[in-house]
Design a protein around this ligand. Sequence first.
Ligand SMILES: NC(=O)c1ccc[n+]([C@@H]2O[C@H](COP(=O)([O-])OP(=O)(O)OC[C@H]3O[C@@H](n4cnc5c(N)ncnc54)[C@H](OP(=O)(O)O)[C@@H]3O)[C@@H](O)[C@H]2O)c1
Length: 298
Amino acid sequence: MSERILIVGSAGQVGVELQRSFADYGEITARDRDTFDLADPEQVRALVREVKPSIILNAAAYTAVDRAESDLEVAMAVNAQASRVLAEEALRADALLVHYSTDYVFDGSKAGPWFETDQPHPLNVYGASKLAGEKAIQQVGGKYLIFRTSWVYGPHGNNFLLTMLRLGNERDQLSIVDDQVGAPTTSIELADATRTIVGGVLAGQFGSTENWAGLYHMTCAGSVSWCGFAREIFAQAGSRLHGKAPVVKGITTADYPTPAQRPRNSVLSNEKLNVRFGTRLSSWKDALSAAIARLPEK
Ligand SMILES: NC(=O)c1ccc[n+]([C@@H]2O[C@H](COP(=O)([O-])OP(=O)(O)OC[C@H]3O[C@@H](n4cnc5c(N)ncnc54)[C@H](OP(=O)(O)O)[C@@H]3O)[C@@H](O)[C@H]2O)c1
């Protein structure tokens, strides 16, 4: 099997894991902000036309949720306009485009898990820009997969796991929001599930494009609050903590104001993904153990 694979956002959490997961699947061209600017449509077009990929994995995004509130133009350029350009270029090249989106397209008001058919209603600029990106790709059409995921973390990058381990080594007590619930999902699980599904799609396992192209929720199984997630991190951290685990105190969203509002219930149903592709991601606790095992020993 030799595909030409273009990974954009290759230095991000998911981008790094995609490079690992797809390493045996073809010739990878990995690009990030240091070599091109996704906010410039001409650079995006030129990159795709130069690489001539059969698969485009878009792991790039403007992910600074709070900063986006005062940086709407750039967030829209990266998350919405660049997604459209990538979709147009994928269509032109007859390439498969894989794109990631977010639980933050929802307002969190639902009692149960969110389905792909539920009405999005973003509470913040980041969510609105990601929703605009989804819509742009769907309008262009072609061979595309949009995976909406949530609470992404892993062994690399800026994320909740690494922040908790750092703070846990500095403080005796932490106050963490306990009234926002979601499914923590590792970059490792996302990349491996993407690899499995892309492999199946290109091997013809799921039939013609109209049978599989579309939007799917893709998260680890189960759900927890940020506070519960922090407690489990410290329960599993072992030697990654130098001393005793800190006491984790639950607080409310109102106690921890941020520029961007966040959904209370971010839990996404993975049923459509499971039924269509037979793919299930691990439980969030098992995925956490695997991510911690990948961290360097202190
Ligand atoms: N992180 C989460 O909790 C979360 C939750 C739900 C969905 N998602 C989605 O999952 C996908 C992967 O997220 P992630 O957590 O891996 O994000 P990440 O670690 O922030 O990586 C995103 C990458 O995109 C790059 N990038 C940003 N602006 C760019 C530009 N103008 N030109 C070129 N590259 C640019 C970033 O470079 P810099 O680092 O230099 O900015 C970074 O390397 C994204 O679509 C995101 O929206 C993430």
